[in-house]
Design a protein around this ligand. Structure first.
Ligand SMILES: Nc1nc2c(ncn2[C@@H]2O[C@H](COP(=O)(O)OP(=O)(O)OP(=O)(O)O)[C@@H](O)[C@H]2O)c(=O)[nH]1
Length: 225
C-alpha cells in the first residue's frame, strides 16, 4: 500500500485522457478544539501542524492513496466546530458525503457529551445509516488529563454501530495509527462501489458537482493543505 500527496497527469505527447480516480468525500466533525484540523493535516501531510487556528467554514485536504492497485482520492472536509463559523456552510459539506468521522477530545468530557448532537445534525441532513461512520477519541498523548475512558467511549460507539479509535494527532508514535484510521474508512468505502463519484486524477481536486452547486460554492471553500 502506498500513498502520495502528488496527483498524476496524462503523459506529455500522448492523447490518452488522464486516468480517472474515484473520490471519497469524508467529513470530519466534532466540537471546536478536539483536533479535527490536526488529524486531517496529519493524515494528508504526515505531520502535526506547527500551529492551527479555529477553522472558519470548512477546509479541505486531499491525499491520493492506493488500495489494491487502484489510486483513490481521499478528500477530507475539516469542518468548523464553532457554531458561529459553521452556520452558513453546513448545507455545503453534508452534500455527497461518503463517510463521517466524529471526533471528541479524550481530555474534554463536554466534547464527548456533544456527540449525540453531532449525530443528530447528520440525521437532519439526511445522512442515513448506510453512510459509514467512525468515532475518534483524540489527544491520547495527554495521559494525565484523560476525562473520557475507553469503556464509556466503546459503549457509545457500540450503541451507534461505529468502530472506535483512540489516538493522538500529536504523538509521533501514532503516525501509522492516524493513517490507519483513514485507510480503514477508505477500504470500507472501496468495497461500496456504487457510492463513488469519479474525476480525472489530474483534475482540479474538487468533486464533480452540478453547475449551480459549483457556482454557489465558488469563493466560500478554501483548500489549506
Ligand atoms: N496534545 C495534543 N494536542 C492536540 C492534538 N490534536 C490537536 N491538538 C491541539 O488542540 C488544539 C485544537 O486543535 P485543532 O486541530 O485546531 O482543533 P479543531 O477541532 O480543528 O478546532 P476548530 O477548527 O475550532 O473546530 C490545538 O492547539 C492543537 O495543537 C493531540 O493529539 N494532542
Amino acid at each position: 500500500m502506498e500513498s502520495s500527496l502528488e496527483l498524476t497527469t496524462s503523459l506529455p505527447g500522448t492523447c490518452l485522457p488522464p486516468p480517472r480516480s474515484r473520490i471519497f468525500k469524508i467529513i470530519v466533525i466534532g466540537d471546536s478544539g478536539v483536533g479535527k484540523t490536526c488529524l486531517t493535516y496529519r493524515f494528508c501531510a504526515g505531520k502535526f501542524p506547527d500551529k492551527t487556528e479555529a477553522t472558519i467554514g470548512v477546509d479541505f485536504r486531499e491525499k491520493v492513496i492506493e488500495i489494491d492497485g487502484e489510486k483513490i482520492k481521499v478528500q477530507l472536509w475539516d469542518t468548523a466546530g464553532q457554531e458561529r463559523f459553521r452556520k452558513s456552510m453546513v448545507q455545503h459539506y453534508y452534500r455527497n458525503v461518503h463517510a463521517v468521522v466524529f471526533v471528541y477530545d479524550v481530555t474534554n468530557a463536554a466534547s464527548f457529551r456533544s456527540l449525540p448532537a453531532w449525530i443528530e445534525e447528520c440525521r437532519q441532513h439526511s445522512l442515513g445509516q448506510e453512510v459509514p461512520r467512525i468515532l475518534v477519541g483524540n489527544k491520547c498523548d495527554l495521559r494525565d488529563a484523560v476525562q473520557v475512558g475507553t469503556d464509556p467511549a466503546q459503549k457509545f460507539a457500540d450503541s451507534h454501530s461505529m468502530p472506535l479509535f483512540e489516538t493522538s494527532a500529536k504523538n509521533p508514535d501514532d503516525n501509522d495509527h492516524v493513517e490507519a484510521i483513514f485507510m480503514t474508512v477508505a477500504h470500507k468505502l472501496k468495497s461500496q462501489k456504487p457510492l463513488m463519484l469519479s474525476q480525472p486524477l489530474g483534475g482540479e481536486g474538487f468533486m464533480p458537482m452540478r453547475k449551480s452547486e459549483e457556482e454557489e460554492e465558488k469563493g466560500v471553500l478554501a483548500c489549506s493543505c
